[in-house]
Design a binder for this molecule. Structure first.
Ligand SMILES: C[C@@](CO)(OP(=O)(O)O)[C@H](O)COP(=O)(O)OP(=O)(O)OC[C@H]1O[C@@H](n2ccc(N)nc2=O)[C@H](O)[C@@H]1O
Ligand SMILES: Nc1ncnc2c1ncn2[C@@H]1O[C@H](COP(=O)(O)OP(=O)(O)O)[C@@H](O)[C@H]1O
Length: 282
């Protein structure tokens, strides 16, 4: 087996509280991650000469900084393998939208190449490697909807409802670093429990800063709130609402301006990546 095709699914942060700031400037968070059944797709082909080649180049992201290439090099170093890969990335998820496409591409690369190269690292070892690439990579490696603390790496798997979501992509790119460095960000939300979230819900502490800085997000939030309780994922820009079935989500989607990029997707407690990998194992 020398080739493998795998999805890199999106995620939502169903809420996001900023509970503190570490000495190194990173923020302590509480969040609930759930996967979506919309994905990028990665095609891997084994190479025997150790080279990592990625196509196509993403706009604004040089190949060597692409998280796919960085993940592949990290696994080569950690495992000592002499193998390489040709990788083709079919990008479908909007970048910088808070749905974790880059982190998910990195996780899919770690798991995909671990399988193709037979490097035998455990999910735990791959999650530790992934954390070097981004705070969101471990949840994509573990592949279970999770309650997360720390910077997002302390994960507790959860079983939650799996509604349909309407995802709306405002026409702007939000920088995570910019939002976390804004002095107006609330950084002292008291920690809550999963039970408290189930009973009372939670909010996104980044939302006020993002809507102040980006009128596109503010306007899209006002629009979507006409039809559902609109929320923001991560540090934005994507907004979403939950619906009991696909049809209800489609109805609202049909009412939104055709100029807005939208997705209707199912919430998943098990990552589509892990479902696909389990099939590949047989
Ligand atoms: C906040 C979340 C929630 O899922 O948002 P999104 O990026 O998905 O919107 C993530 O944890 C983001 O993770 P990720 O996108 O991997 O962030 P990183 O690349 O690690 O960090 C980008 C920058 O944001 C700041 N940062 C990030 C995470 C964090 N907990 N505290 C921070 O202060 C740091 O300045 C860091 O240099
Ligand atoms: N494979 C990749 N896919 C998307 N973005 C990438 C990738 N590799 C590096 N990046 C960089 O990471 C940034 C954040 O990407 P992404 O994960 O899509 O957004 P977010 O962290 O907001 O969910 C991008 O703007 C881009 O500069």
């Amino acid at each position: 087996m020398h080739t493998l095709t795998l999805p890199a699914p999106a995620k939502l942060n169903l809420f996001l509280h900023v509970t503190g700031r570490r000495a190194d400037g990173y923020h302590q968070l509480q969040t609930l991650f759930q996967f979506l059944d919309i994905s990028d797709t990665l095609h891997f082909q084994r190479r025997d000469d150790g080279q990592i080649r990625l196509t196509p180049e993403l706009p604004g992201v040089p190949v060597e900084s692409n998280l796919v290439v960085r993940a592949a090099h990290l696994l080569q170093q950690a495992s000592g393998t002499s193998l390489g890969a040709d990788i083709r990335l079919e990008k479908r998820l909007p970048m910088g939208g808070g749905i974790g496409g880059g982190s998910s591409d990195a996780a899919t690369t770690l798991l995909g190449l671990n399988h193709l190269w037979k490097t035998g690292l455990s999910l735990e070892q791959l999650a530790v490697l992934g954390l070097q690439l981004g705070a969101d990579v471990p949840v994509f490696v573990q592949g279970r909807a999770a309650w997360a603390e720390g910077v997002g790496e302390q994960l507790t798997p959860v079983e939650i409802d799996e509604p349909w979501y309407l995802l709306v992509v405002p026409d702007c790119h939000v920088s995570t670093a910019e939002i976390f460095s804004d002095e107006r960000l609330t950084r002292d939300t008291s920690p809550i429990t999963l039970q408290a979230f189930r009973e009372h819900g939670g909010r996104n502490d980044c939302l006020p800063v993002v809507t102040t800085r980006y009128h596109e997000v503010r306007n899209t939030l006002i629009l979507l709130n006409n039809y559902c309780e609109a929320k923001m994922t991560g540090t934005g820009s994507c907004l979403f609402g939950a619906f009991p079935n696909e049809c209800e989500a489609d109805k609202v989607r049909a009412r939104l301006p055709a100029t807005l990029q939208t997705f209707v997707a199912k919430g998943c407690n098990v990552s589509p990546l892990h479902i696909q990998l389990d099939k590949a194992a047989y």
